[in-house]
Design a protein around this ligand. Structure first.
Ligand SMILES: [Zn+2]
Length: 285
C-alpha cells in the first residue's frame, strides 16, 4: 500500500490564518441550479449560519454558465466558480461547448478551478470516447493554467486511472469529488498524481456505505468536505433536497470515524480546501 498521508506541497498556504472555528468549506455544490431558484438567499444564509465559510460551484455545461455567473456575482464573499463541462453533458458538440464555456470565463471573476469534469459510464458506456477527449482537453487546460480540477468519476475508475496516468506525475492537482472508490483505487490515484484530494459527502453517512473504512485509511490530510447539493443529502436529511448547511452532518460523521473532534475536522479539511483552491482572503472581500 502506498503512503496516503504524504504532506501536500501546494501553492502558498496564503489562507492558513483565515481559519476560524466552525469554518467549513463545501467544495462541491450546485446551488446555482434551478432547484434553488425559490429560496437561494435563504440557502446561502443557512449555510453561513451553519459555519460554511466558502462554497465552490462547479459548472455543468454551456447552458448553466449564466446561472453560475449570476450566483457567484450575487454572493462574492462566499461563492466561487469552477468552470468546465460535465461528462454527462459531453456530446458530439463538445468542442463547441468548451469554446462557449471557456471563452465566457472572462465573465466569471477568477474561477478557482476547472470542473466539473470527468467520466460517467453509468448511463451510457459507449460515451467513453467523447468523454475521454473532453476530459483530456480540460485537464490539459488545468495543467497549463496551474488550476485545480474537480473530477467526477462514476463506473469509470480504470479508464480514469489511464487518463490521469497520461499526464506526468504531479502535473495535475485537484479533488476526486464524491469519491466512491476503494482504498486501493485512492492509492493508485495518489501514486499517479500526488496532489489529489478526495471529496467526502453525504454517502459517508448512509447505513450501508463502504466509505467509512476508505476515509479512515485516507486520513484527514487527504480529505475535503462537500455536499454535491441538491443531491445525496446526508442522514438524517436523506431523501430531501441537499443544501450546504447540511454539511455539518458529514463533518460529524467524519469526526466519529477519525476519532477526533468536529473542530479538528473543520480545521484540517478547511486548510486542505484553502490550499488546493488558493481561495481569496475573505477578510479582504
Ligand atoms: Zn457535481
Amino acid at each position: 500500500m502506498l503512503p496516503l498521508r504524504i504532506k501536500l506541497k501546494l501553492s502558498p498556504p496564503a489562507a492558513m490564518a483565515l481559519w476560524t472555528p466552525t469554518s467549513m468549506i463545501d467544495t462541491h455544490t450546485h446551488i446555482f441550479s434551478q432547484e434553488f431558484d425559490a429560496d437561494r438567499p435563504q440557502v446561502v444564509e443557512r449555510a453561513v449560519r451553519a459555519g460554511v465559510s466558502a462554497m465552490l460551484l462547479p459548472n455543468e455545461d454551456a447552458g448553466s454558465l449564466g446561472r453560475l455567473q449570476r450566483t457567484v456575482a450575487d454572493y462574492p464573499a462566499v461563492c466561487h466558480a469552477l468552470v468546465g463541462l460535465h461528462p454527462t453533458s459531453v456530446g458530439a458538440d463538445y468542442p463547441d461547448q468548451l469554446d462557449r464555456i471557456f471563452s465566457a470565463t472572462a465573465g466569471i471573476d477568477r474561477p478557482v478551478g476547472i470542473g466539473e469534469i470527468g467520466l460517467d459510464l453509468y448511463w451510457d458506456a459507449s460515451a467513453i470516447g467523447l468523454q475521454t477527449e473532453a476530459l483530456e482537453v480540460q485537464l490539459s487546460m488545468a495543467a497549463e493554467r496551474g488550476l485545480p480540477v474537480s473530477v467526477h468519476c462514476r463506473d469509470a475508475m480504470e479508464p480514469m486511472l489511464e487518463v490521469l496516468g497520461r499526464f506526468g506525475r504531479g502535473r495535475l492537482r485537484g479533488v476526486m469529488h464524491c469519491f466512491s472508490g476503494t482504498e486501493a483505487d485512492a492509492a493508485r490515484i495518489v501514486a499517479l498524481q500526488p496532489d489529489f484530494l478526495f471529496g467526502v459527502g453525504g454517502v459517508l453517512t448512509f447505513r450501508k456505505s463502504t466509505q467509512p473504512g476508505v476515509v479512515a485509511a485516507l486520513g484527514l490530510d487527504r480529505i475535503v468536505l462537500e455536499t454535491d447539493a441538491p443531491y445525496l443529502a446526508p442522514v438524517p436529511m436523506r431523501g430531501r433536497r441537499n443544501e450546504p448547511a447540511f454539511i455539518a452532518h458529514v463533518r460529524d460523521a467524519l469526526a466519529a470515524i477519525c476519532g477526533c473532534s468536529p473542530d479538528e475536522v473543520d480545521r484540517r479539511t478547511t486548510d486542505n480546501a484553502l490550499q488546493m483552491f488558493n481561495l481569496p482572503n475573505s477578510e479582504n472581500t
